[in-house]
Design a protein around this ligand. Sequence first.
Ligand code: ZN
Length: 319
Amino acid sequence: MAKPFASSADLGAKEQTLEVLADGVYALTAEGDPNLGAVEGEDFLVCFEALATPVAARRWLAKLREHTDKPVRYLVLSHYHAVRVLGASAFDAEIIVSSEQTKGLIAERGQQDWESEYGRMPRLFEEPESIPGLTWPTMTFRDRLTIELGGDRGELVLEHVGRGHTEGDIVAWLPKHEILFAGDLVESQAALYTGDAFHFDWAAGTLDRVKAFGAQQLIGGRGAIARGRDEVDAAVEQTRAFLTTMHDTVGTAHRSGGTLKDAFDATHAALAPKFGHWPIFEHCLPFDVSRLWDEFEGVERPVIWTAERDRQVWDQLQS
Ligand SMILES: [Zn+2]
């Protein structure tokens, strides 16, 4: 039987859980659906990630409003993917922050990414007609931006630590509480989406820099919160193992004159025993292998995914 396209048959609602990580620091996890975060300043909020639609984002905001009624001054976007950014209007944020690279990617491929992700994960696009259009960052930075939280709350450091899940990912670091919001650069118990990734940079320097923060709590893009250095390091190394396994299998197929399909089959066989039961594994893998194959072919920047190209690659590899 043919596998249903991407996550198009995944229609079961996930339970959302708000967790208080420290005084004024919140995370929302959702059984493998995208995670979110929020940090209180003295008289304002910084929110991290925005979900796929304003209607979906409002459900998170309602939970957050049980803890604080401060206005959202900053909405921070870790990267450009539609399921992280298109709910932004619900936040009424004064300032929308991303890396410069992310803003460029929204301009270059935001529309195509919206259509692609809607086709892949329709369940996340709750009331899609509530999306007013692409989300445009109003403040950008290249490497690092510090937000003073006021009072004795310390600072929130936003940093681009290298190319990884995309060209422009940033993380949010709270030195006072040693808490890191890592976005999709780390997945603690979910498969990696690497269709827009720079696999070699990600597995080496970028993950090294993520690990070097020495976080005591890490919130990845999806999956459970890692608590304590052992769990945090394990989440980083799990992410790295997924990537290096792909390097081995796709690299071997490419070097030995195999096809993309050979690379996919070898990668699936190598990863499935350890990662096959994780959310979105079957969904992601054709797109992941396709992008890494391109990297071995010397294609510097990810080819733009369109709804049409998604189906072609899926039919070629996963059916
Ligand atoms: Zn992403």
